[in-house]
Design a protein around this ligand. Sequence first.
Ligand SMILES: Cc1cc2nc3c(=O)[nH]c(=O)nc-3n(C[C@H](O)[C@H](O)[C@H](O)COP(=O)(O)O)c2cc1C
Length: 364
Amino acid sequence: MSTSNLFTSLKIGDLNINNRMVMAPMTRNRAGDGNSPQGMNIEYYRQRASAGLIITEASQVSAEGVGYPGTPGIYDEKQVAGWQKVTQAVHEEGGHIYLQLWFCGRISHPDLLPENQTPVAPSALKPEGEAITLDGMKAFVEPRALEINEIETIVRQYKNAAEMAKKSGFDGVEIHAANGYLIDQFLRDGSNKRTDSYGGSDENRMRFLNQVIDVVLEVWDSRSVGIRLTPENSFNSMSDSDPQAHFSYFISRLNTRDLAYLHILEGDMMSAARNVDYRALRDAYYGIYIANNGYDYERGQQAIANGDCDLVAFGIPFLANPDLVYRYKNKLPLNEANQATFYGGNETGYIDYPTAVEKTAATA
Ligand SMILES: Cc1cc2nc3c(=O)[nH]c(=O)nc-3n(C[C@H](O)[C@H](O)[C@H](O)COP(=O)(O)O)c2cc1C
């Protein structure tokens, strides 16, 4: 049992965070020209700055890393200028913010990529489903298996992005190694059929992630770098033959890195299934563990009290409730999230969710 709860402070690296409520990374497809954060993005994050820690929406490390329309990048000066305004706004409100580093790999489409390139992946395996393009949904295409020298190029893109994130004023970065994007495509054996030094054994499937961590740690102190993993999330056509064993190995290697935290999306975003023993993974990790997926106030408090996690990341609850911390503290009802405005669009369904105080004022 732990004496902590959702409202207890915690030290992550050099950061003193006010509470254990993390805003989970959420793609909202509302970046401005040049995939740069714009005014409404600044306001969105500012509104949610009472979270102990915000993890931004996934941000592609290069133009080749993109997989959806309207997602922000973290690879050029214009994007840095946009992000600087976001980090400044969150810091002015006393909050803390990490940027999520992303490369989509096979979850993309030639329509979205420079010169209509074919998406890349560890292996030429087409995911089930459809990509979201500017002309609507289109079937995924068969990706091209990366050559070794191309993997090195992508690793360098992560280093540039880590530098750009530092310049943007973030408190740290989260390496997105989850949800069926490129790093996860290497980690899980359903999508990685390589026979070279990047496939086969656990060590080989983790090689790309380890190389990404190496370059990010050339830029950031290890205690400012988090990792997100999804052992059994089937989203984006993912599978693995033995997630418990494979992710136990990955976590044992992450233990040697002295990172800010390990962030796990437990179970599956597509179903209620939970076939992995997350308590065992949490116990195998020596550092700070963030639990996510389907938590609410009661489950979050319970998980922290049980010692099942150190922090809880909330996605949709923060999307629809900018003042989620205040509401949970005061046991107030939540706004309902509008799924129709999750991805893309304008300010509606983005920065117009009222706080509890605003709601009361409006009905008084
Ligand atoms: C609109 C939306 C966008 C998301 N985008 C991302 C993302 O960019 N990166 C990521 O790692 N997870 C992403 N996720 C997953 C969330 O971070 C989170 O894992 C999921 O919503 C489950 O948590 P919840 O039940 O608290 O909402 C997204 C989820 C939603 C609903």
